[in-house]
Design a protein around this ligand. Structure first.
Ligand code: SF4
Length: 702
């Protein structure tokens, strides 16, 4: 394939895609992606909003498959981009290649096993004495045709607890030995993926695939595209780390392992060990359980509150006994948790007892073989009851392994901490124990050499350099390309700098001023507003003030008041000049595509939270090795997050509006200039809501 021809082929998209407009940046990116795929090199592409990045990598991927029989794996961070690739972009590329005389293109989407209904789990739920009331409806849906078994396709909402019970993790699944293997939804998706030259997945599954030495997904893939790549470090951190939640432990010991399956005394001993762990973790978090308030939190002291705590083991009220605390939080684990190790030993004993073959399960299904390499014929099929037992046993083994690793607190390259669940200040419902790597670059660097990898996003750099991103991901010597947005930022956007005094105090007076300022900005913009906060606390403080004020004619929405999909749908339907304001925090700073915004407000510069143990540990490690953690870690992360937040404004070339920043540091600190320089060139700066009002009026009248 002569990749210099790719731009010309892109131009022909107009024949099959009404309204398609040729974009110079897209042509440039497509040519670079084609050369990278051809030569097996790694390429970083930062493409501004409007470049059309997905088409720029999909056409080379399609041609690589059709011309050279090379398969491509594409991973994105957000589901809506997966849906866009699968249902909008690839059908257009398919129409183009057919028009060019090639046969049709085949593609599919694959997600992690827990995204699919597990038929063994459904059978187990149906056989329970007290199945969840929605179980018959789920069973009827499972029996119907026309869906892939993904929970996202369920036509009704089920609680997260039921969804967790009806799904299976990869390491718990018996694969070919399962009696439902033939009609398993997840295995059908895997078979489709094995046959498809283009496979779409999410960051989490790609990262797990890399961590499992490429045995999780049906490869080989000659090309890998990581879109929204600025978020991939987080996925890799989770994949190379260890997590164990009180919810998962409780679900296993009070719901999945029944007294029919296991020795009652052994099960009760594990339940008691879990109660010991609850108390120990509560102590580490500086909390008291309702039963132990005022007592010594030392882990190995007599668990004198156990009876009271045990009585709270109401399974329908999972994820766990209520812990009481003035605020939710996190605590570093700096010494081993002996009670966790004890529980891990009991889980291993339970797992062995649950194995139909009475062998240690870990000896038979470690990850040394891919599910695609297993010899189905050589495997005795399990009965339904055996499959349920094996699944529970493998879950016990998996939790035991994770718990043992975390509770040992022994690896200096891992960051160990406990995290409470639930919103700050609420009665706490459970906790998660984590051990996450300080850095993922060393784990990934060998993998980058195995195929051509294209990493792309609207924000991979600090506006100029890719060094921070490359180093964090262990990429050495990738090719780099910066493709600016084709949008008219100087003509159609404004930056409004309206600092609110008292930010460092963060007291009630500050939030009063912040709410007043935001109300003035909203009034001046007079249309759809996205209010982005760096913390839930700030969001709630401003929300409570503005919703009491009941600004005339405004509809206010808040993150969490409905699903994100429903809120996005409401906001998308609103016209640009409709008075709608959406209050959101960190998760809406990126990946949200809402055309027609008149105003995006950023309450603060989005520095990582120092209270996050992973951030604190990474800072400390950088200080120890190189010094200057603020310059080398905090500032680059904040710049990327700032550019993401700014990017919520212009989603189409017809949009116009302003981004307002209420943080004085933008102009008072030396590093403020770095934030200003990271934005597209030439955006005029306004200093007040009155100036904003005048500009919006002039744009609306134009
Ligand atoms: S193979 Fe069996 S246990 Fe595994 S996900 Fe499918 S139905 Fe569930």
């Amino acid at each position: 394939m002569n990749w210099e021809d790719v731009p010309g082929l892109l131009d022909r998209l107009a024949d099959v895609w009404p309204g398609y407009r040729v974009r110079a940046g897209q042509r440039q990116m497509a040519r670079a992606v084609g050369h990278a795929m051809d030569s097996g090199l790694n390429l970083l592409v930062e493409g501004g909003t409007g470049v059309g990045k997905s088409v720029a990598y999909l056409l080379p991927a399609a041609l690589s498959a059709l011309e050279d029989d090379r398969r491509t794996l594409i991973a994105t961070s957000h589901k809506h981009l997966q849906d866009q690739l699968s249902s909008q972009d690839l059908p257009r590329i398919d129409a183009l290649v057919r028009d060019l005389g090639y046969p049709g293109l085949v593609w599919t989407t694959i997600k992690g096993l827990p995204n699919y209904l597990c038929r063994v789990a459904l059978d187990s739920e149906q056989e329970r004495a007290d199945p969840h009331p929605q179980t018959p409806a789920v069973a009827a849906w499972a029996a119907a045709a026309g869906h892939s078994g993904e929970f996202d396709e369920l036509p009704f909402v089920i609680p997260g607890d039921l969804r967790a019970r009806l799904s299976t993790e990869a390491e718990e699944c018996p694969h070919e030995r399962c009696p439902r293997y033939g009609d398993c939804f997840a295995m059908a998706a895997m078979r489709r993926a094995k046959a498809a030259p283009i496979v779409i997945t999410n960051h989490a599954l790609l990262a797990l695939h890399v961590a499992a030495a490429g045995r999780l997904l049906p490869g080989p893939f000659a090309n890998v595209v990581v879109d929204e790549a600025h978020a991939f470090e987080d996925a890799a951190t989770r994949a190379y780390g260890f997590e164990c939640s009180s919810y998962a432990l409780r679900r296993l010991l009070y719901h999945e392992i029944t007294s029919k399956m296991a020795d009652g005394a052994l099960l009760r001993a594990a339940q008691a060990a879990l109660a010991h762990l609850d108390l120990a973790v509560a102590g580490r978090l500086g909390l008291a359980t309702a039963a132990r308030r005022g007592s010594t939190p030392a882990e190995e002291s007599s668990p004198d509150g156990l009876d009271a705590l045990g009585s709270r083991h109401d399974i329908e009220a999972m994820p766990g006994p209520a812990l009481t605390s003035p605020s939710a939080g996190r605590a570093m684990l700096d010494a081993p948790l002996v009670s966790g190790r004890d529980l891990a030993d009991l889980l291993d004993t339970l797992a062995t007892a649950l194995d139909p073959d009475q062998q240690p399960i870990g000896d038979r299904y470690p990850y040394e073989k891919s599910p695609f390499e297993l010899d189905a014929a050589a495997m005795a099929q399990l009965t339904e009851a055996e499959a349920a037992m094996l699944r529970a046993g493998k879950r016990a083994t998996s939790l035991a392994d994770r718990l043992r690793t975390i509770c040992a607190v022994s690896d200096p390259l891992l960051v160990y901490y406990a995290e409470t669940a639930g919103p700050p200040g609420a009665g706490l419902r459970g906790y998660t124990l984590l051990a996450l790597p300080l850095a993922v670059g060393p784990f990934l660097e060998a993998w980058w050499e195995e195929q051509a990898t294209i990493l792309t996003s609207a924000t991979l750099s600090d506006g100029h350099s890719f060094s921070f991103f490359s180093e964090r991901l262990g990429l050495s010597g990738p090719r780099k390309l910066l493709v600016p947005s084709p949008f008219d930022y100087p003509g159609r956007t404004r930056l409004v700098v309206t600092p609110v005094p008292g930010q460092d105090k963060g007291d009630a007076a500050y939030f009063n001023r912040l709410a007043d300022q935001i109300a003035r900005l909203m009034d001046a913009a007079g249309g759809k507003c996205l209010l982005l906060f760096t913390s839930h606390r700030a969001l709630e403080a401003v929300w409570s003030r503005l919703s009491i004020m009941r600004i005339a004619g405004w509809k206010l929405y808040r993150q969490g008041d409905g699903t994100q999909a429903a809120l996005l749908g409401t906001l998308r339907h609103g016209a640009p000049d409709e008075r709608i304001a959406m209050f959101a925090s960190r998760s809406w700073w990126q990946g949200v595509d809402l055309p027609g915004m008149r105003l995006v407000v950023l309450d603060k510069l989005p520095f990582p939270q120092l209270g996050d143990p992973l951030v604190a540990a990474r800072n400390a490690e950088i200080e120890r090795l190189e010094g200057h953690a603020f310059r080398l870690y905090m500032l680059p992360l904040a710049l990327i997050a700032f550019r993401q937040g700014f990017g919520r404004l212009m989603r189409t070339e017809r949009d116009f509006g302003a981004v307002a920043v209420c943080d004085a540091r933008l102009t008072t600190r030396q590093y403020g200039a770095r934030f200003l320089e990271s934005l597209p060139e030439g955006i005029p700066v306004l200093g007040s809501s009155d100036e904003l009002r005048a500009w919006v009026r002039s744009m609306s009248a134009a």
